[in-house]
Design a protein around this ligand. Structure first.
Ligand SMILES: Nc1ncnc2c1ncn2[C@@H]1O[C@H](COP(=O)(O)OP(=O)(O)OP(=O)(O)O)[C@@H](O)[C@H]1O
Length: 809
């Protein structure tokens, strides 16, 4: 390593395990390591860093120890003569040097990542526990009986090692770090497994072991976990220089905007990507690309990293050639803030971050067309009622007409009756030509009504208008580009006549989050704003969370995402295994699409975080329910120090939000704020109260999912379709399920479900019988605050789990 004269700039990475070391040690260690990385980056010859050679890792890699400050030390891997350094582990206190010295450092043969295990520490914790009990029998010899579940029940068995049925070769083939195997062989009980998991294990190892312990078939583990980590090349486990260059489990810390996230669990998304996320964020696609995946799998994180990647490859300039868009306005604000955290203001300046309807409106305004004030959803629906009554055509209800208008008439660009008569209506209820004619008359009356009131319109109409305007612009651009090509490249032809403006597509790249909720007009608008070509549209979505609109087939909108351009994420980073289990049961067995022509499942969807089981509370009436929720919120704040801003109360509709706010604020004097369309400033320390719709895309440490009673979820108004329109009934029920699924999966650490009256049909059948009683709580007889027994003490990345709550099975 060059310690010669002059400043020697170094590329410094921080490994994910090092981040995991810093996280529990707190802010002072995080600051020391961050500062150390900066100084090392600037000048590795700086003597104050006190770099000391420890040993060779292999032919082309050396291990060094260094002091981050007086108490804290780091273990570094140096390759390329010191030009590349990687922080592998961090320890503090008087034994820091000894602990770092004895670490085993290996290159994982599956992923090619550099991984670290403290074998003696593992032995002390796990093996010692095993040695106090009976010895576990030897593992099955290689090649024999390697499949079959260990069984999900968390029971103690001292006779069979928990992973005894899987031989060493199978485990390492699946990605388990080899140096862990001797200790793993001693693990005979779930208590010992729990101990093992308290160690800062490599992510792939942890994920594989948890899946096997859950009874997942090894073939399934290979497909959903191992293959996603597999390096794109053969891994040479002695090539440290190559291993150090791999993106797996390391953060790019050359970027100051990101370095500040080190050791801060809530910000880990800025530092690390799962290999599958990385492939998407940094991939080069021939055209568009799509990422799907259940809630919390990091789709938004990928979208944000994708934007950063695209911005970094733009030619210099001051324009905003990248669009980041989504459905909800409050989510667009949240995206903007997170993008700022990831890329800093400099990058944000090159990006338009807007909700799709705001964007559509701006485009119409820009064309100097009078936009009008859009009716809200209820008013738009009422207008259909008016039109039905005035025309006397009463055979079709307002809901049907509204969706038919948006998803058939507008999506199919039907201008004349002939257009509508012929347009495809796949996926919609069949209607005769005579019925179609009636619908067409109603549509005409609806439009005429809006036109007669010049300042009124709907969001759907604005989107459609914007799409048509952009389509015209794109057509002109393509025509001029063709002309230019024929004429040998006369650039002046690109000036719009008289305007002096260069005519070009509005954006170079478009990134869409929550894609499942956009309508056909929205897609038409987006398609027309970017030229077809490499990396044009990147979209993230999940049909399981569709709560607006209906199914859209992307390929019908000119967006092709077949083959490798379509990927699915399966590892949930937000929600604990306990919460996820309950949430998944909500949608089990229901069919969902993949935003295109195929179907989607949650196959392989999992979490490696552990915590409290969801808590259920029932109340005889709504006021008691609201008071119980306020009591629980206050308890979490007062006893466990959870900031009010980290808690959210979800309700089925806006009126209930107001009622809850009244009880929390007026009766219990708790700070609470309604989550509206403009979001809430992140620094407002108040409980967020909002409709389930508003929670989409967000997350909170503790979520109170309220009013989940029969009649409220799903709303009793859907009963009118049960006999008259069974298709519609199923659709409404599915949407209500998705809504509860979305709301439940916002919880990071704790989910509390409450209702008054009878429990919703979506909750477990014994919910009413087994739930806690709100009346007991208010009489101070509620459950005490305890940790859930039997839960595995895993590394809950995120806020503390020291919450109240007794598990309800
Ligand atoms: N690679 C990662 N490392 C650490 N944390 C991550 C990673 N990816 C995502 N997360 C965290 O997981 C949580 C969920 O991520 P994100 O919001 O992107 O998921 P999503 O798939 O968009 O969820 P939803 O569909 O529910 O909106 C966030 O807290 C995020 O910070």
């Amino acid at each position: 390593m060059n310690h010669g004269a002059g400043r020697a700039r170094t590329r410094v990475h921080v490994g994910r395990q090092a981040h995991g070391d810093v996280e529990p040690r707190g802010g002072a260690v995080a600051d020391a390591v961050t500062e150390f990385v900066r100084r090392l980056r600037d000048d590795r010859t700086n003597r104050a860093l006190r770099l000391r050679f420890l040993r060779r890792a292999g032919d082309n890699g050396d291990l060094y120890l260094a002091h981050a400050d007086t108490r804290c030390m780091v273990l570094l891997l140096s390759t390329d003569g010191g030009d590349e350094m990687r922080v592998l582990a961090v320890r503090d206190g008087p034994r820091a040097r000894d602990e770092l010295t004895r670490l085993t450092v290996e290159i994982n043969p599956v992923s090619g990542a550099v991984e670290v295990v403290d074998q003696s520490e593992v032995s002390a914790n796990v093996v010692a526990l095993a040695d106090r009990t009976e010895p576990a029998p030897a593992p099955t010899p290689p090649g024999e009986a390697t499949s079959g579940p260990a069984g999900p029940a968390l029971t103690s068995s001292l006779r069979t090692p928990l992973f005894g049925r899987y031989d060493d070769r199978l485990l390492t083939d699946l990605g388990v770090i080899p140096s862990l195997l001797p200790a793993l062989r001693k693990v005979g009980t779930d208590e010992q497994f729990g101990k093992l998991l308290t160690h800062n294990l490599p992510e792939l190892t942890r994920d594989v072991l948890l899946a096997l312990r859950d009874g997942t078939d090894p073939a399934h583990v290979r497909q959903h976990i191992t293959d996603q980590w597999r390096a794109d090349e053969d891994v040479n486990t002695g090539d440290w220089a190559r291993a150090a260059q791999r993106a797996v489990s390391q953060a790019e810390t050359d970027d100051d905007a990101v370095l500040g996230a080190l050791g801060r669990s809530f910000d880990a998304w800025r530092l690390f990507l799962h290999p599958e996320q990385q492939r998407l964020a940094a991939g080069n696609f021939k055209g568009s690309a799509k990422v799907t995946g259940g809630p919390g799998t990091g789709k938004t994180v990928v979208a944000l990293h994708r934007v950063r990647h695209l911005v970094d490859r733009l030619p210099p300039g001051h324009s905003r050639p990248v669009l980041l868009t989504t459905y909800n306005t409050n989510l667009a604000l949240d995206l903007k803030e997170r993008l700022r955290q990831l890329g800093g203001d400099e990058r944000l300046r090159r990006v338009d971050v807007k909700s799709i309807d705001v964007l559509a409106r701006e485009i119409v305004q820009e064309s100097r067309t009078e936009v009008g004030r859009p009716l809200d959803d209820d008013a738009a629906m009422n207008l259909w009622h008016t039109v039905r009554n005035e025309t006397g055509l009463l055979d079709h209800d307002a809901d049907f007409l509204d969706t038919e208008f948006k998803h058939v008439v507008l999506a199919g660009r039907c201008v004349t009756w002939e257009d509508y008569r012929r347009v495809g209506r796949s996926g919609r209820k069949r209607i005769s030509t005579a019925q179609r004619h009636e619908v067409w008359q109603l549509v005409q009356a609806y439009k005429a009504y809006l036109e007669a009131q010049p300042r009124r319109t709907t969001y759907a109409l604005i989107a459609e208008q914007a799409a048509s305007l952009e389509q015209r612009r794109m057509d002109r651009f393509e025509e001029q580009a063709r002309y230019k090509e024929e004429q040998g490249g006369l650039d002046l032809i690109h000036r719009e006549a008289g305007s002096g403006m260069w005519l070009k597509p509005r954006y170079r790249h478009i990134v869409v989050d929550e894609a499942q909720d956009l309508s056909a007009s929205h897609w038409r608008l987006l398609r027309a704003m970017v030229r077809k070509g490499p990396n044009d549209i990147f979209l993230a979505g999940d049909a399981h969370q569709r709560i607006y609109g209906s199914r859209i087939v992307l390929s019908h909108q000119g967006i092709e995402v077949r083959g490798r351009a379509s990927r699915r994420l399966t590892l949930n980073y937000r929600t604990t295994r306990q919460i996820l289990g309950s949430a998944n049961r909500l949608i089990e067995g229901e069919p969902f699409d993949d935003l295109d022509t195929g179907t989607d499942t949650l196959d392989g969807y999992r979490s490696v975080l552990t915590g409290l089981a969801p808590q259920f509370w029932r109340a005889p009436d709504r006021l008691t329910e609201m008071r119980a929720v306020a009591t629980l919120v206050k308890e979490r704040h007062d006893r466990h120090g959870t900031p009010y801003s980290a808690m959210a109360v979800s309700v089925p509709d806006g009126a209930l939000a107001q009622e809850f706010a009244n009880v929390l604020v007026k009766e219990f004097r708790l700070p609470a704020v309604e989550l509206g369309k403009d979001g809430v400033r992140p620094d407002t320390d108040a409980v967020r109260i909002g409709t389930m719709h508003r929670f989409k895309g967000l997350e909170f440490q503790r979520v109170f999912l309220t009013s989940v009673g029969e009649g409220q979820v799903p709303h009793q108004r859907i009963e009118r379709y049960r006999l008259t329109n069974p298709d519609r009934y199923r659709q409404e029920e599915q949407r209500a399920r998705s809504l509860v699924f979305v709301a439940a999966t916002r919880a990071r650490d704790e989910l509390v479900v409450t209702w008054s009256g009878r429990a919703s049909r979506f909750l477990p059948p014994d919910a009413d019988a087994t739930a806690f009683r709100a009346t007991d709580l208010l009489r101070k007889k509620g459950p005490t605050s305890v940790r859930v027994s039997g839960s595995l003490p895993g590394p809950v990345s995120g806020a503390s789990t020291g919450a109240a709550g007794t598990a309800v099975a």
